[in-house]
Design a protein around this ligand. Structure first.
Ligand code: 16G
Ligand code: MG
Length: 561
């Protein structure tokens, strides 16, 4: 590393001392903490993003957000060249940088890493980092810290993209690296055009179906609601009312948003008895999670949740249907046949009833550990990989290879049987691949796809909800001395350590009809999470409580006395 570069890094980093006595770690989805202690972390991630950009000679994204966490928190997510999350191979370096206690150590770490990774810091390459932020008040000053970090690396430049949803920024990074237009308007245009295309392809018999037309969306008082207000103006065939759009008095994620709705299963602020039976959706604070719900007529304050598993099921059903239309009447000996490999990815949190349903459809269902980076990686191994977490984060990935075959097939069909059902199926699949975000789960594009599919099927929200009946479930969290003491395997369904805990969980679970339970250390909070499901709500609650007690016995504050 050149002396000049060292001097710049040393000088600027001394303005960003790391917070004393705090260890910050790159969790499931980047760094997250109280915003007041994040200046130095964001500055250092600015440096890391520049190095990543120079190393990959591509545009990188840096998103300042703490998603569904409280408004006083903030955090950072990094988008790699393909728009995916930062490669796991660089996560240890991110941890080291964030925790370097002084400028000297920081410099040494960077210097060693630059040599090891052979990163060109001689000005021969220019790095470019797109920086986005959500609506949190701390975003503006953290943006400055990010810009200082990026500016500390010779040859790297920051481009402030303004306030965006996380998926918008990921989408832009991907588009830029593919040499495509990548402004926010381009994003909105791609979504609205492909949505229109799907609407134009709706079977005639469902075109007149005006039932259930209104959609009410909870914007979590965050950026997602704000962007949906813009997007909806570009959609003529969909009536959307946005509530909790962030313009009123409500606080980001406070008693609102997808995380709240999915975990608490009660009506959030701004919704109530007047919404009985209406199709409602909820986004999270940075617009990368989506759940639907309806308000039942029993005025209990509860909601009927339609979670990520059911969104996944709807998508899977539609894709499978289109693939079978496309492959109907194919000449088995023709060279242009392509049996697309369709895979569905879930986590242990997926409701058991959803997994049963998907398997009944004859689909291949695989499990990964929690966190988008794991699901995304797995999904990318299929021609069409559909992944969703129950909490509403997910998307559909199409392989380049399948898409180019599909494109060619569509051209061929349009020459020989224009307007045929087969060609329509090809067009629909192409439209889905343009609509649904290929970089990361995206509540806005997911919402448009749900809406288009419901219209395609001629289904009400209730018909969709009735695809299968969720098993009652309960989630709890337990404070423990050291959550890293829990080591799991098999997509987090089995505890390896502490010894004996899994056997105890098994013995408890065996007492319940359709009982299933697991524990895992959270990747975003200092707690252990407990999940349980069983045939009744009472049983699920009891199982969750018993397993939480076991976790406390083995790991809680009393356990090491
Ligand atoms: C993050 C993850 C989400 C995961 C959640 C689990 C991304 C973009 N987000 O929000 O996928 O479900 O963490 O949180 O990866 P936990 O580890 O605290 O349970
Ligand atoms: Mg989020």
């Amino acid at each position: 590393m050149e002396e000049e570069q060292k001097a710049i890094l040393f000088k600027i980093s001394s303005h960003f001392p790391s917070p004393q006595g705090v260890k910050i770690s790159y969790g499931t989805a980047g760094f997250r903490a109280d915003a007041s202690i994040l200046q130095s972390t964001v500055y250092r991630v600015g440096i890391l993003s520049s190095l990543r950009s120079l190393k990959t000679q591509s545009v990188i994204g840096l998103m300042i957000t703490a998603s569904h966490n409280k408004v006083t928190d903030n955090g950072i997510k990094i988008a790699d060249p393909s728009g995916e999350m930062l490669t796991q191979a660089w996560e240890p370096f991110a941890d080291q940088l964030a925790n370097a206690s002084d400028p000297q150590l920081l410099l040494q770490l960077i210097s060693e890493f630059v040599t090891k990774e052979n990163i060109p810091l001689d000005g021969t390459w220019t790095g470019e980092i797109l920086v986005g932020r959500d609506t949190r008040p701390s975003g503006a000053s953290l943006l400055e810290a990010a810009e200082q970090g990026i500016g500390s690396v010779v040859g790297a430049v920051a481009l402030d993209m303004g306030i965006l949803t996380t998926p918008q920024l990921h989408w832009m990074v991907r588009a830029r690296n593919k040499g495509m237009r990548a402004t926010e308007l381009d994003y909105f245009k791609q979504l609205s055009d492909s949505f229109r295309c799907l609407m134009d392809l709706i079977p005639n018999k469902h075109k007149l179906n005006e039932t259930d037309d209104k959609l009410v969306v909870d914007g979590a008082n965050g950026v997602g609601g704000e962007k949906l207000e813009i997007l909806k103006k570009m959609l003529d065939s969909l009536a959307i009312e946005v509530r909790n759009s962030g313009k009123g008095e409500g606080v980001l994620n406070e008693g609102v948003g997808a995380d709240y709705v999915q975990k608490e299963k009660v009506t959030q602020h701004g919704f109530g008895i007047e919404d009985v039976g209406i199709r409602c959706a909820s986004l999270d604070g940075d617009g990368d999670r989506l759940v639907y719900f309806t308000v039942p007529s029993n005025s209990s304050g509860d909601i009927d949740l339609i979670d990520g598993d059911k969104i996944l099921s709807l998508f899977a059903l539609f894709i499978k249907e289109q693939l079978s239309i496309l492959n109907k009447e194919v000449d088995k000996n023709a060279t242009n046949n392509y049996e697309a490999c369709l895979g569905v990815i879930q986590t242990a949190y997926a409701n058991g009833a959803s997994t049963d349903y998907l398997k009944q459809l004859g689909l291949e269902v695989v499990f990964t550990q929690t966190g988008v980076k794991y699901l995304h990686e797995k999904a990318s191994q299929y021609d069409i990989g559909i992944y969703f977490e129950a909490n509403g984060h997910g998307t559909i990935l199409f392989s380049e290879c399948f898409l180019s075959w599909l494109d060619a097939r569509n051209n061929e069909l349009s020459a020989i049987s224009k307007g045929s059902e087969q060609q329509k199926a090809a067009l629909r699949l192409l439209a889905v691949s343009n609509l649904i975000n290929q970089a990361v789960g995206d509540a806005l594009s997911g919402l448009l796809l749900v809406e288009a599919i419901l219209k395609h099927m001629g289904w009400s929200v209730h018909r969709w909800s009735d695809l299968y009946q969720d098993l009652p479930s309960r989630q709890l969290k337990v404070k423990v001395v050291d959550r890293t003491a829990v080591v799991t395997t098999n997509a987090e369904t089995v505890v390896l350590r502490p010894h004996g805990l899994q056997e105890a969980i098994n013995a408890e679970t065996a007492k319940y009809t359709r009982g299933r339970s697991f524990i895992r250390p959270s990747g975003t909070e200092d707690v252990i999470r407990v999940y349980a499901e069983a045939s009744t709500q009472e049983a699920a609650d009891n199982l969750a409580n018993s397993v939480a007690e076991l976790a406390d016995q083995f790991l809680g504050y009393g356990s090491n006395k």
